[in-house]
Structures are given as C-alpha cells and as structure tokens.
Design a protein around this ligand. Structure first.
Ligand code: ZN
Length: 128
C-alpha cells in the first residue's frame, strides 16, 4: 500500500548532552558474550555469524559479529583485513540459499556495544 496524504515531519529533538550507555558496554550484560556460540550459524576465533531467533519475513537475515567488542573505528588491523573477505563469504552463503534477488550488506544501530555487525538479507529473486 502506498502512502496517501501529506507527510508532516516532526521537528528534530535537540542533541542530548550525553548518550545513554550502550548495551553490553565493557562486556557487562552483553548478550553476545553470554550466548557464546549458541545458535551461531558459523564461528571461528574472531567472528560469529548468527541469524534472528524469529522469522523476519526475509529469506535470510544474518549478522556477522566480532567476538571482541570493537567499533569499526577501533577494529584491529588483523580483523579489519578479515572483514572484507568475511562480508563476501557471508554474502555468498546467502546467495547459495537460492532464489535470492539481491543481498544487502549494512550496519546500523549504536545501541549495542558488542562487536562489529552487519546484516545480509535480500528479497526473493524477482519473478517475471
Ligand atoms: Zn560482549
């Protein structure tokens, strides 16, 4: 269903003086650390690939995370060098499911301090 009518944007809220602490900051109450490899699709000494606990409506949604807590800006060189090939490997695995039209790779959210994460999901291949 397409939007109908006039969209009225809300005014932006002013910036906060200090952001709320990120979930799992410093490894405290960190779901990723607590779960370890439970439910992981794949893992090695540096990386974990997991998916959602519940169906999302997408053919696949996967998350690549480092085991250690890092943001992109402080990713150690070794992990930074592995990131590109890891992105391609996960993307290839999603395409291997079959009938995947495209695979989107993205990172979003600052609410969790665990690891670098990405998501791979894609719509079914278009049928014409
Ligand atoms: Zn953690």
């Amino acid at each position: 269903m397409a939007l109908q009518g006039v969209l009225v944007p809300h005014p932006l809220q002013p910036p906060v003086a200090e952001e709320l602490p990120r979930l799992g900051a410093g490894g405290v109450d960190c779901r990723r650390c607590e779960e370890g490899d439970a439910g992981a699709l794949w893992s090695d000494e540096h990386w974990i690939v997991r998916t959602l606990d519940q169906p999302s409506g997408l053919p696949m949604a996967a998350f690549l995370e480092t085991r250690a807590h890092h943001d992109f800006r402080d990713l150690p060189d070794e992990l930074a060098a592995e990131l590109g090939p890891m992105l391609i490997r996960v993307q290839s695995a999603v395409f291997a499911i079959g009938d995947i039209g495209n695979v989107h790779v993205c990172r979003w959210g600052t609410g969790v301090s665990t690891s670098t994460s990405g998501s791979w999901h894609g719509p079914p291949a278009s049928r014409s």
